[in-house]
Design a protein around this ligand. Sequence first.
Ligand SMILES: [Ca+2]
Ligand SMILES: [Ca+2]
Length: 353
Amino acid sequence: MSLEINMMSKDKKDHLVAKYKKFRIGPGSENYTLHVSGYFGNATYDALSHHNDRQFSTKDADHDESYRNCASLTEGGWWYGNCSASNLNGNFKKTDWQGIWWWGDIPDQGLPSPRLLSYSEMKFYIHKRCAHKKWTVFQRRKYGNVDFYRGWDDYKNGFGDCDGDFWLGLESLHQLTKGNDMSLEINMMSKGKKDHLWAKYRNFRIGPGSENYTLHVSGFSGNATDDALAYNNNHQFTTKDAEHDRWSAGNCASNYEGAWWYGYGCGLTNLNGNFNGTDWEGIWWGYSDVIVHNLCCSEMKVHQRKSQQTSKGPTHRTRFAVGEQRRPSSVQLRVRRTTLTFQARRRGFHTGS
Ligand SMILES: [Ca+2]
Ligand SMILES: [Ca+2]
């Protein structure tokens, strides 16, 4: 996920933008810690990085690093450290440290002064190469330059980059699919790049972290020989350091050098396996204890379910051609990124005291 913050100076002369390439909020057990990196923009100063790795504080829940309560002091709620640097949930009517502000220029000596704002809006989005208007890619194996044999935290939070091979993250996947009206589409290419295979599931949902991100799929269609993912259905996610599979003889993730919703006998799909491996040590889609397809590549994406099921084929055929450059296709150029605004201050209203 990326973050974009739009702000307007109090005198309404300057439109300020701060963007962060990477943006993530930790779970409630960590008081929704902020994680941002990769700043670019014209907001004078990268103020939010001062709040990086800080927990969220409110006037009645002090998780800041000051001996005082920063939320009470600045009349807001934010990822306060020793209070300072930005305060976009401050008091709309105030014009000092209790107002809405972002650090301005740093003078030669002393603290930077707060740059007061009349407007702010925060939104996060998935990179446009991964999030299109109708669907979001959450897994890609195409270039082989990203290691997928990783532990629980990496699979939970995601790794890699939207431009290349990547895994979006189980927590994001849960958030994307918990509304229970999403479908799954998997595009695959056989080793040797002879056959393009696809599998669609009308219903797709990933359970919460408390259930180890259990897979729920049904309503298969496709040309991938059979509904192999059914053998992974209703099983929890397993990594080499977090074993939740149903295989009594060992850890399926370690055995297949992957991470997946492994069930009894580990199941019959393994799309996060070793990119350079062959047969059971590689990436595969099987049926009834045999590998039906040794795969070179795969891409998994989630999209909003249509009211009536259509099984005409993949909605967007993934290009796995040899020597293909990382260039967006014409389809990708036409679509917009998915955004969600989660904070906006613009009408001058103020709730609370
Ligand atoms: Ca405090
Ligand atoms: Ca086991």
